[in-house]
Design a protein around this ligand. Sequence first.
Ligand SMILES: [Zn+2]
Length: 192
Amino acid sequence: MKTPARRARGQILGVLRGDGWLSGARRVDSPNQDERPPGVHVDLVVIHAISLPPDQFGGPYVEQLFTNRLDAAAHPYFATIAHLRVSAHFLIRRDGTLLQFVSTRARAWHAGASNWQGRERCNDFSIGIELEGCDTLPFETAQYRRLAAVLRRIGRRHPGVALAGHSDIAPGRKTDPGPHFDWPRLKRLLHD
Ligand SMILES: [Zn+2]
């Protein structure tokens, strides 16, 4: 189900601050986080897609899942996931609104069992960005623009950071951000 894109009105992003919070993002603290291992520095951003219920947009459910407030009885699918303890650093809604759940200095719980160029446990060294989306519908222009803006700010604090999809680091287990995610479009925006 597709909802019309609206502009993320009034949300003007500043910098990714030294404390790991991005100025201008709507902050919603998630308890699903812990410290990164000592000495590890961030060198990967993982792009995800999520929609709750699956293929439906606009509800409060992703935010509820990431803060352990999802009502298992609200939808049959929720009963299968409400017990999960998961999060991401960022969520970009369909209208481009940016939410931040975890400081980028801390470890969010988004990647699960994963491997990036021979290194396991990608949560240790990555930043996770969720786009509200699914495997069956295109993403919105506002989401690409906001994602590029967030990535530029991450890149200023973590120069040379690499970019991967969840499906790249957990192949066979995860499909997101899915076949509709337009990597060349994102790369064009990043080079503008
Ligand atoms: Zn994912």
